[in-house]
Design a protein. Structure first.
Length: 120
């Protein structure tokens, strides 16, 4: 088990707290939750075990951040109320959990990305 934190980028406080709970309880690792792309960029400078990204957050979209994570080989999934078809083609293979979500759907997506690192 890695000591690197999970990153959650979510601007709805209730959803963020719920995702933190799911990740901490089921994957037993530290969790860092932020509500904006700017905060996520500051956090991404260090090691990240995996990330859960809402697409539309307070200061824009997380699509460029997702691309950066993909290029760094950091596994991630989207947890969003946006439509999966709104993703650029290069990100459509990334696991996508639609809101409202079931906790098991988040667990499955994280399990999937942790077993298979993101490739270019």
């Amino acid at each position: 088990m890695s000591d690197d934190p999970f990153l959650i980028v979510e601007d709805d406080v209730v959803v963020s707290l719920d995702l933190e709970y799911i990740v901490a309880r089921r994957f037993h690792g530290p969790v860092v939750a932020v509500s904006s792309v700017a905060q996520a960029r500051a956090r991404v400078s260090g090691p990240i075990r995996a990330a859960l990204l809402d697409i539309d957050v307070r200061d824009g979209t997380t699509l460029a951040l997702a691309e950066d994570l993909r290029l760094r080989g950091v596994p991630f999934a989207f947890v969003s109320g946006s439509e999966p078809g709104s993703l650029p083609a290069r990100l459509r293979h990334i696991p996508f959990v639609s809101k409202p979500y079931a906790p098991d759907a988040v667990t499955r997506a994280l399990g999937e990305i942790l077993r298979a690192p993101v490739t270019s």
